[in-house]
Design a protein around this ligand. Structure first.
Ligand SMILES: C[S@@+](CC[C@H](N)C(=O)[O-])C[C@H]1O[C@@H](n2cnc3c(N)ncnc32)[C@H](O)[C@@H]1O
Length: 233
């Protein structure tokens, strides 16, 4: 299962800066959201774009096993350090959270091998959003859940134009983050059925508004068995 390149140690100044800049926001704003996204994950769980591991303490005993996938070696190095320092959430035994170096667009896992996929603030940064979502769908079992927290393109045309204007510069400064993505529409276009959805703002333009939700990979439709005349043909 763990076929991708394993994590590398070391971290980097970029990953350290990320932790330093986001630390206060993590402590003051993010806990209730992480409790919903990671805390509600169940079964065999994949977190894509796990970053430096801010979600790790929030997984609980509804998650049997958690795999964190992260492509950036610096972020991964810090995730490893965090795991050693603080461990996992209350219900996960040590050792049942493993890390692998992988991009969301090319996940090194078999089809239908996870019950839940989790992501927070990742789909704004992936290079190919549709390819990443197709991979999430592929690795989820039918009926499996995709739990996400993302900031998305604003509904107000003025805000959206502002996001379009700042995206080229913003994405260079903020590790590839695109504030102007219509992420929810892409999730639905990938074939997910959105089950729960909250929209809100944490007042950080241009990354506004946020969406927090759960989408389900529909179970395969039962193909009716041919009977009678049709079955004999
Ligand atoms: C804003 S950080 C969020 C990290 C973490 N999910 C969190 O909530 O703290 C975005 C993360 O997405 C990762 N990322 C960028 N491109 C990616 C890709 N193509 N596939 C998966 N993760 C990616 C970055 O390396 C970074 O760790």
């Amino acid at each position: 299962m763990m076929a991708g390149r394993r994590w590398a140690f070391g971290g980097s100044w970029r990953a350290a800066l990320y932790d330093w800049l986001l630390g206060p926001f993590e402590r003051r704003v993010m806990p209730p959201f992480r409790r919903q996204v990671a805390g509600g994950a169940s079964g065999t769980v994949l977190e894509i774009g796990a970053g430096t591991g801010f979600s790790f303490p929030y997984f609980n005993n509804t998650a049997g096993r958690v795999v964190g996938a992260e492509p950036d070696p610096g972020m991964l190095g810090r995730a490893v350090a965090r795991l050693r320092r603080s461990g996992t959430g209350p219900g996960i035994p040590a050792g049942s959270l493993t890390l692998v170096q992988a991009r969301a667009e090319a996940l090194p896992f078999a089809a239908e091998s996870f019950d839940t996929v989790v992501c927070t603030h990742v789909l704004c940064s992936v290079r190919d959003l549709d390819a990443a979502l197709a991979e999430v769908r592929r690795v989820l079992r039918p009926g499996g859940r995709f739990r996400f927290l993302e900031h998305v393109r604003a509904a107000e045309p003025g805000w959206a134009r502002f996001q379009d204007a700042v995206t080229p510069v913003w994405s260079r400064l903020a590790m590839g983050c695109h504030p102007n993505r219509s992420t929810l529409a892409r999730v639905e276009a990938t074939g997910f059925r959105v089950q729960t959805l909250q929209r809100f703002s944490v007042g950080l333009p241009p990354v506004h508004p946020h969406i927090l939700g759960t989408a389900v990979k529909p179970a395969l439709k039962q193909v009716a068995k041919p009977s009678g005349e049709a079955a004999r043909r």
